[in-house]
Design a protein around this ligand. Sequence first.
Ligand code: NAD
Length: 441
Amino acid sequence: MKVTIVGSGYVGLVTGACFSEVGIDVVCVDIDENKISNLNKGIIPIYEPGLEDMITRNMKKGRLSFTTQIKDAVKDSEAVFISVGTPPDEDGSADLKYVIAVARDCGKHIDDYTLVITKSTVPVGTSLKVKNAVQEELDKRGVDVSFDVASNPEFLKEGAAINDFLKPDRIVVGVENERAKEILKKLYKPFTLNGHPVLFMDIVSAEMTKYAANSMLATKISFMNDIANLCEIVGADVNKVRKGIGSDTRIGNKFIYPGIGYGGSCFPKDVQALIRTGGEHNYDLQVLKAVEAVNKKQKVVLFNKILKHFNGDLEGKTITLWGLSFKPQTDDMREAPSLEIVKRLLEAGATVKAYDPIAIEEAKHHFGDTISYYKDQYEALIDADCLAILTEWPEFKFPNFNIVNRLLKNPFIFDGRNIYDRFEMKAKGFDYFCIGVDTAK
Ligand code: NAD
């Protein structure tokens, strides 16, 4: 069986690598010539644990290849996955121009039955647009080639993408006939042998499922951040409250950690896009509007704590940041809280030093030489006025606090991810600030 994956970003590369891992012939396509040329040399454009090994292994076996030529790739492919970006348009809706461009390319080049599957996160109704775009191109060619469309939204998490793809909680597939269903059943069979279910449904429901899932997760985060801020005001400890509510099985422990707001390439844009879809149908998604507003506010909470501790004056102060990526195990900085925090610190006249285990190269694209970068987490602390933790990388969890204390000018730690115990920090001589606990009390 041969499949084509169009769009070789996070989703496309992981999908392509994992399908080839189970023996399927995969061609990954991208319009970015530099990216494809690097991939052909074994240079992987993103950091994702396990991905590089899997790609090189399957390239060597001849099951995985990369090209910029969609024409050749789709020729004898039974299925074409569209996994290009769907960035937010100016009004917050998902920009579908890349998805539709790929659909048109399919219509221009397929000459035998093909299943065109949308894996990108797209609003309800997009598969119909994909279908129309393919058909229009076929009509222009004056050929009669049969094809179907399907929706197969992706739920992988950056940083754990390979595992998520190989052992999914579930695979959601929207189809409109048996033929499409059988192809997807066959493709996903290797991943479902251990009981991971494929949930077949209609296309509109599949498209909606992806947005509802991401919006629910974003809601949990903003809810918990809102509660954390109130905990701080009323003298409660959000870490205790979190355990208290999480032990209720109806609520559960996952995704209720307070912090400095959600980021990444998915939650912010998907929440916005769903609000927009609601608007298009004259339905006001009030909860999601609040989720977005709370998140925006939360990205500034840690900066405000730093500013307050230095009596509203950061001019000439040096702040060290540990962690820049929007979450651990990725170099992705799209919509990361660090972007907002660095901007505010620089505007306030502070000097910023930063350490991140993986995201430094990516950070340079965002901050250029406005901040300084370090390869060692301790070296970044020398002569700094305080340390702020923005990403909960495992290596930050048990640092040598004696060294931290010795290198910092002041023993001040601002923990945006609540990774330390406040009593332990106090005992070690630090002024410690975190989210959802008034540590001065
Ligand atoms: P990405 O930006 O990392 O990659 C998209 C790729 O598509 C780029 O390499 C780009 O050059 C390529 N591309 C654009 N137009 C093209 C065209 N006409 N032909 C061929 N290639 C083209 O994006 P991503 O993070 O992989 O996300 C892709 C989609 O999957 C988005 O809709 C996203 O919302 C969704 N998604 C992402 C994640 C994630 O964690 N990143 C998880 C689930 C779903």
